[in-house]
Design a protein around this ligand. Sequence first.
Ligand code: 48F
Length: 257
Amino acid sequence: MTLDEVKVTRKILDRFHREFSESLDTDVVVVGGGPSALVAARHLAEGGLRTVIFERKLSPGGGMWGGGMNFPVIVVQDEGRQELVDAGVRVTDEGDGYHTADSVEATAKLIAAAVSAGARMFNAMTVEDVVIRDDRVDGVVINWSAVDVAGLHVDPVMVRSKYVIDGTGHDCEVVRVVERKVGRLNTPSGKVEGERSLWCDVAEKLTVENTVEVYPRLYVTGMACNAVMGAPRMGPIFGGMLLSGRRVAEMILEREA
Ligand code: 48F
């Protein structure tokens, strides 16, 4: 065949337009494409909900690529193992209930599993605000990440969704916006409680327990849970992230059943 440059451009625009347009009014928006968010998105999509992920960076995967201190290995405890296996990750039993995986393989396969299940991924887009109607979250406000980086004054666009999940990690960015603009969250003090210092055992358990609806229709997953609810960080053990992703998907799917 003879290639035509304009057709190449048009194919990109047409497909992007189709997919973006379909995503403007959806069931769940997942903010951030870290490990907890990817697991949540996979389960939500498998459960039949229209699920859209917005990831600020070019590469989704968040803090999982680098394992611990850039040794490309992650650890999960017994309870977290199955989520990796289900995504096709090769997991090694290291004894005493600890398992390891190659961090690059694990991250790539969690991304692939979410997208293959039907979740739609938009990378290089940042969620900068939420839409609130009738005292509940009704969607998100997004812009190209490059606009933010360049400091350009460009207005964002809006996406409507029944549920929003904050999977933005330590910074819990979406919850912070709601705290700033509404002033009252479903946390002990009504504010973001703030992350505590590292304690693997407690942090891993609390991540799942702290997977809550922090404002009507706004849920948290992953490290954002402990940042919002005032629990420790856990370092390079990822079972809690994966289980929190599964938990938030179960909560929303149960509500929709
Ligand atoms: O931090 P991150 O990996 O989220 P997580 O699922 O996992 C935390 C662990 O990696 C690690 C840990 C476990 O031991 O503590 O830190 O809680 O990924 C968060 C993703 O969200 C993106 C960010 O680029 C990253 O990929 N992100 C953050 N803010 C925004 C965003 C935003 N406003 N809009 C879109 N994406």
